[in-house]
Design a protein around this ligand. Structure first.
Ligand code: GRF
Length: 212
């Protein structure tokens, strides 16, 4: 049986697209969005993927909308939930249902710069290295166990947009790699510990991905 991944997006959808285009040993069984006009939904349809939109306008409150999105994801019965630019806080009931089966990509080297505006904050802090992290999702803000990171050197006189573009290229490489390894059972998670197979560790080295 194919390993089923549901991607949740809110906007551009470039990480979802990369997950779909580089799917190996897993499939994107659906793309769910809390915005019906998310550009990523168009991309997903273009790739022939099933899409589900749960727009705020159809529900009386944000809480109800989030419940509906949760129910939609449950019905899709995924093996893994991959957050890919999903801009709502994931509620504890969602996390407890999918604990250890929900991952996110974040544009910083966590625990540095959780939250928003990571690239500008990295520039303001004058860091030499920046990058992205794939992590399991827990109840905190970008606090879940880090699975893998990709680093870049921050160029001199770099704008926020240039930095974001550099990091995004690495995001598109690392996210499908992590998901493929989870699907293959080469990355596992138990009692807040991430474990890697030796092949996975070797491959990470050759791809210049950092494992904690
Ligand atoms: C990415 O930078 C991702 O790391 C962050 O949100 C952005 C989403 O971009 N979580 P996209 O929608 O995947 O293009």
């Amino acid at each position: 049986m194919t390993f089923r991944v549901v991607a949740i997006i809110s906007g551009r959808g470039s990480n979802m697209e990369s997950l779909a285009r580089h799917a190996s040993g897993y499939e994107i069984s659906a793309v769910v969005s809390n915005k019906e006009d998310a550009k990523g939904l168009e991309i997903a349809r273009g790739l022939g993927l099933k899409t589900v939109a749960i727009p705020r306008s159809k529900y009386a409150t944000v809480a109800e909308q989030k419940r509906a999105l949760f129910r939609a994801v449950c019905e899709l019965n995924p093996d893994l939930v991959a957050l890919a630019g999903y801009m709502q806080i994931v509620e504890p009931y969602f996390i407890s249902r999918f604990r250890g089966r929900i991952v996110n990509i974040h544009p910083s080297l966590l625990p540095e710069f959780p939250g928003l505006d990571t690239h500008q904050r990295a520039l303001d802090a004058g860091v030499k290295e920046h990058g992205c992290s794939v992590h399991y999702v827990d109840e905190g803000l970008d606090t879940g166990a880090v699975i893998a990171q990709a680093k870049i050197m921050v160029p001199k006189k770099c704008t926020e947009a240039e930095l974001a573009a550099l990091v995004l290229t690495r995001e598109h490489q690392i996210y499908p790699w992590v998901v493929a390894n989870i699907a293959a059972g080469a990355i596992t998670f138990s009692q807040d510990q991430v474990t890697y197979s030796s092949t996975c560790r070797k491959e990470a080295l050759s791809l210049n991905f950092h494992l904690p």
